[in-house]
Ligand binder design. Structure first.
Ligand code: EPU
Length: 416
């Protein structure tokens, strides 16, 4: 299993290109199932999760042609309507094939995703919405088996805001008969990016970017070209890295209009930023200031940035408090950061961070994707050597993070 060896204390200096967003690419690739035409995608990030979803899609008969960050999909000859347990268990986003397969072919059989490291993460809202659109759904042998000759438009109000739930129902609604209204829809830029692709494919969607999506179903969708939106979480992760180590970096290929409140919080940390339309120059001198926050849905503070900000808070000039409201178990990085000398305690869904003068390198273990990124940041801020184990989590969602960071001066190498 690969590890990262990091020697901390190096300031960052130079340019980092930001990749396409994982959480936009995954639903967008699944949208290839909605048409027999060519869906030509650019800016698809080089990630393990992308490989996994492409493997799953190829298994349904979807034709995939890939040239680095360019991927063309063709769904003219779909032969299987099933997403098997072996693939779904490794990546929960596999559930995103359910809506498209059911809407276009009238049937889908998708393994029920299990719990995962950050929480139980049920998919009851995906199922509830599809049932409201007339699908007959049974759960047997660990599989969701959904059938509907033709889905029917409905007004769907989800119990909570769900990102992939909104995406699944949105894709299903594009081919349903009549009008579907998705109330309480997720407004994440990645949902908007999917909606924009669907419109380019011929879907009729109003309210894009709001919490009320109104979809008029159409008979069929056609091929389209689309560039995947830039990854705001990857970008903010690099900004946290420079906030923790100090330095002067420029992020390129970013989209600064899609950022959430994380940028404001980085200013509170003390990061000086010049924000252009697709670049951010970020400079940091001195010790970070502590920032307290609660995670919420977009455009509030993203749960996917909670761990990385906590890494910065561990060495801040004062105490801070972080509350996680989206997932019930997303503090697994706390014990690992404490192994580096951080002083963090937790009470329920709140972490109390003291802010210490220095961290000292140690072996640590990555437990999930964003926790891994936070340990890389903590290791870069620590004195001496940190070994981050189980970095397959990092490879799932960051495009060669160690290559991008060492190009701007970090001392970080992958050990096979
Ligand atoms: N929930 C339910 N029932 C459902 C759906 C969701 O109870 O049917 C709950 C979840 O358990 C959770 C909350 O609602 O407590 C929100 O979950 P959501 O469905 O929004 O999460 P998701 O769609 O499974 C996506 C991202 C996550 C990101 C969350 C929140 C993708 C592929 N994944 O997950 O990304 O944390 O939204 O923004 O888009 C990551 O990139 O590291 C990651 C975990």
């Amino acid at each position: 299993m690969d590890k990262l060896q990091i020697v901390g204390g190096k300031r960052l200096n130079g340019e980092i290109p930001v990749s396409g967003a994982k959480n936009a690419a995954l639903p967008i690739l699944c949208a290839g199932l909605l048409t027999g035409g060519d869906v030509e995608l650019t800016n698809v990030p080089r990630l393990h999760d992308v490989k996994t979803i492409l493997k799953l899609l190829e298994q349904t008969g979807l034709k995939v042609t890939q040239d680095d960050e360019n991927v063309t999909l063709n769904g003219a000859n779909i032969t299987s309507l099933e997403a098997p347990y072996e693939l779904v268990k490794t990546m929960r986003a596999s559930i995103l094939v359910l809506g498209p397969l059911l809407a276009r072919f009238g049937e889908a059989k998708v393994s029920l995703p299990g719990g995962c490291a950050i929480g139980s993460r049920p998919v009851d809202q995906h199922i509830k919405g599809l049932r409201q659109m007339g699908a007959e759904i049974t759960i047997e042998g660990g599989y969701i088996h959904a059938k509907a000759k033709k889905l029917k438009g409905a007004r769907i109000l989800t119990d909570m805001i769900t990102v992939t739930g909104t995406e699944n129902l949105l894709m299903a609604a594009t081919l349903a008969e009549g009008e579907t209204i998705l109330e309480n829809a997720a407004r994440e830029p990645e949902v908007t990016d999917l909606a924009n692709l669907l419109v380019a494919m011929g879907a009729k969607i109003e309210g894009i970017g709001t919490d009320r999506l109104v979809i008029q179903g159409v008979e069929s969708l056609h091929g389209a070209k689309h560039a995947v939106i830039s990854d705001r979480i990857e970008a903010a992760t690099f900004l946290c890295a420079v906030a923790a180590t100090g330095g002067d970096i420029v992020l390129t290929r970013t989209r600064t209009d899609i950022f959430d409140v994380a940028l404001d919080k980085l200013r509170e940390v003390g990061l000086q930023m010049d924000v252009g339309t697709d670049t951010i120059r970020a400079r940091m001198n001195g010790r970070p200031q502590p920032v307290s926050f609660r995670t919420t849905e977009y455009p509030g503070f993203p749960t996917d940035m909670q761990a990385q900000f906590m890494a910065v808070n561990t060495i801040a000039a004062g105490p801070s408090r972080v509350t996680e409201t989206i997932f019930e178990n997303r503090f697994m990085h706390v014990q690992e950061m404490n192994r580096l000398g951080a002083q963090i305690s937790t009470e329920g869904n709140t972490a109390f961070i003291k802010g210490v003068d220095r961290l000292v390198g140690a072996p640590v273990m990555a437990t999930d994707l964003r926790a891994s990124a936070s340990l890389v940041i903590a290791g870069m801020a620590a004195e001496g050597t940190t070994l981050v184990d189980r970095i397959y989590h990092l490879d799932r969602g960051y495009d060669r993070m160690e290559v991008k960071l060492s190009a701007v001066g970090a001392d970080i190498v992958r050990i096979k």
